[in-house]
Ligand binder design. Structure first.
Ligand code: F3S
Length: 440
């Protein structure tokens, strides 16, 4: 059948989508990109924050119209929103034929078969199970980079976060499975592996009795074809010495870490259920910069958490100003049902959250521009992402930039380059978050 697949949400969800695509194509289904053509539409949803929920609902309702019109025969909803709001989806959107929970995506083929027989199908396996992989993942990233999901679930239970209720307790994927998957990705042409999980830093503790991300990294570095390994979602308090040492020593591991800190006021961190204080954050950031001077640090922040005072917001701004993160994203707090923070008193008005978000982004813009200007004149290694349409120019990323969330470098050249090529580039100019360069 002709299948349109819509993947929403984070890169962990995308890895699940790629597993489903592997099952679908393995069974002979054809993947198409037009709604009009599709006989089956699958939407892998997200419901982390209000906007993500809205996006998921809009997509489901929009695709339900194709079901009503009769062009689409089967409509399937999977992923986090399906897990969270299964009853509501089934009851309120009768066009939906099948609903699969976060650990049930391997049932996608069965869901199509049942729906084709006219039967509604739903599967919600235990969210603490580790789903089997399809063994034939289909990459949607262009083929030169790929996400490697090293663990599922989370045990941290930050007070604003719904994810443990959607994805269960933390469980690491066995190392031998990850190495086989990484090898397979390398065989498919992947040069950059991006390690993801709700939290990557505690990888292996549940399986091997100790944190083992450093061991996993050393093994992944042995895979030929893989040239960059990037680590996302590191909880600052879990960063440990052997990990720092490994990042320092292994050439393939990018000097880049994503440390979502969320806030810097001790009082707010405590209400968020975070396990760090501002002093500890400063300590770990300084240590990382001392040990790995060219490390690029990314973080994310939340503004307008319940009870956040103007003073605490100013404290966060001062922290951002002092720490000068290389990359930074800011979200406004979104109250999620069934999380402790949603029932906290002193919820902050939406416009205050947004004003605070804008102030932080403005501050970061200046920091980012200064850091980008410092790069002018330097030589950098760039992974080419693709060609700029109708121009003799390419776009790429340095080790400081993860795909989709960080900056880019634009390179003017008449030479023919391909996605995934590495090029040596001299930086000739700086934009706010991006760079301009020329081939050396
Ligand atoms: Fe990801 Fe959204 Fe689920 S952020 S884990 S797809 S709630």
């Amino acid at each position: 059948m002709k299948v349109l697949f819509i993947s929403l949400g984070c890169d962990k969800n995308l890895a699940d989508s790629e597993e489903m695509l592997g099952l679908l194509t393995g069974k002979g289904h054809e993947i198409v990109d037009s709604e009009e053509e599709a006989e089956v539409i699958v939407i892998n949803t997200c419901c982390f924050i209000h906007d993500a929920k809205e996006e998921s609902i809009e997509n489901i309702l929009e695709m339900a119209e194709y079901k009503k019109a009769g062009t689409c025969k089967v409509l399937i909803v999977t992923g986090c929103m399906a897990q969270r709001y299964k009853e509501e989806i089934i009851e309120e959107i009768p066009e939906v034929d099948a609903v699969l929970g976060t650990t049930s995506y391997m049932d996608i083929l069965k869901a199509i078969d049942e729906a084709c027989e006219g039967r509604h199908f739903q599967e919600f396996r235990d969210i603490n199970e580790l789903p089997e992989d399809s063994g034939r993942r289909v990459l949607t990233t262009g083929g030169h980079y790929g996400y490697l999901k090293i663990a599922e679930g989370c045990d941290k239970h930050c007070t604003y976060c719904i994810i443990p209720k959607l994805r269960g307790n933390y469980r690491s994927v066995p190392m031998e499975k990850l190495l086989a998957e990484a090898k397979d990705l390398a065989d498919q042409g992947v040069k950059e592996l991006i390690l993801v999980a709700q939290e990557t830093t505690v990888y292996g503790k549940d399986l091997y009795g100790e944190k083992s991300l450093h061991k996993l990294l050393r093994e992944l570095c042995k895979i030929s074809g893989i040239q960059w390994i990037r680590i996302l979602y590191c909880y600052p308090e879990e960063i440990y010495d052997e990990l720092i040492q490994t990042i320092k020593e292994e050439n393939k591991v990018c000097h880049y870490l994503d440390l979502p800190i969320q806030h810097a006021s001790d009082a707010v961190l405590k209400r968020m259920g975070r396990r760090t204080s501002k002093a500890q954050l400063v300590e770990i950031i300084e240590k990382l910069r001392k040990e790995i001077p060219d490390i690029s640090l990314r973080t994310t922040l939340i503004t307008g958490f319940p009870g956040e005072t103007q003073e605490q917001h100013e404290e966060l701004k001062d922290f951002v100003d002092e720490m000068e993160f290389d990359r930074l994203g800011v979200f406004t707090y979104s109250p999620e049902e069934d999380t402790p923070a949603a029932t906290m008193t002193e919820q902050i008005p939406e416009e205050v959250k947004e004003d605070r978000q804008a102030e932080l982004m403005e501050l970061q813009q200046e920091i980012a521009f200064d850091l980008a200007e410092d790069m002018v004149g330097r030589e950098v290694l760039v992974m080419i992402e693709g060609k700029v349409a109708d121009e003799n120019a390419y776009v790429g990323r340095t080790y400081k930039d993860a795909p989709n969330v960080d900056g880019l470098i634009f390179i003017n050249t008449d030479e023919e380059l391909m996605s995934g090529d590495f090029a040596r580039v001299r930086v000739t100019g700086a934009l706010e978050y991006d760079l301009i360069g020329e081939l050396i």
